[in-house]
Design a protein around this ligand. Sequence first.
Ligand code: B1M
Length: 240
Amino acid sequence: MVQDDSQVGSGQDEDIDLAALETSDLVEQMHEDLYDGLADEIVEGTRILLERGWSAQQVLDDALVEGMRIVGIDFRDGVLFVPEVLLAANAMKAGMEILRPLLAETGVPPIGKIVLGTVKGDIHDIGKNLVAMMLEGAGFEVVDIGINTDVDGYLEALETHQPDILGMSALLTTTMPYMKVVIDTLEAKGLRDDYIVLVGGAPLNEEFGVAIGADAYCRDAAVAAELATQLVRARRTAAA
Ligand code: B1M
């Protein structure tokens, strides 16, 4: 069946035996269940895909992140509203909780520490949480300071935890400029060079990262883990 991405929600509540579905149908059903905010079904589908030999990364990318992309399209187009998107986000988080230990299970020794938070005025945290998981998986100690973080919150966390990296997330065009407020404050206090600053979030791009004075813009969680590792290693080598 050809399916229009923007019409993925089933709106039906009949019981479907997820374990009886072919894998491609199961993934499609998970997109619908995510759209409908069905956390229990997302947990079950996630477990089934793992049992069928899918890697945690594949489940994350193809079942969960792709499902959330479809939710995002209908949110943008006014088909879905905040309460429904919140339910979808909860369902996504329930699936991510199962994947978390698997993504973190690489046995790599700790290579650095990061303080990570979503900026002031912004409560989106799914992407940030994913970044935290991937960084943990890459061997980082992650201090997640949550959402809606103002400049004092970042400064306090930096002072308390003395990380190698400051990571900031923003999902709104109205909140992304706040990253510059934080970086400018670090500059003004003579602290900017003490930290590698990484930024990310859907509305950002490379150019924005450069313009606000970050060390790097991270397109996604995998890139964040890769760049964090590279930049910490480079800094350690330069200091040796
Ligand atoms: Co919001 N929302 N939302 N929302 N929401 C967006 C972002 C939006 C694009 C939807 C749309 O219109 N299509 C739009 C922003 C438009 C804009 O600014 N240009 C929008 C809006 C408008 C709003 C409200 C203003 C809606 C309203 O109230 N009228 C409101 C704002 C609330 C606020 O923050 N003050 C709002 C509210 C919400 C919910 C609460 C309902 C919910 C958030 C729940 C939660 O996070 N706990 C929500 C959601 C879920 C979304 C969408 C649908 C999905 C975001 C998401 O989780 N994506 C989103 C549409 C979309 O993006 N498609 C949308 C999946 C996630 C894995 O990807 O977050 O991009 P992402 O993270 C990626 C990368 O960006 C990167 O790595 C991650 C993983 O690969 N990355 C980093 C992210 N942070 C990083 C930090 C790093 C490195 C990489 O640091 C080192």
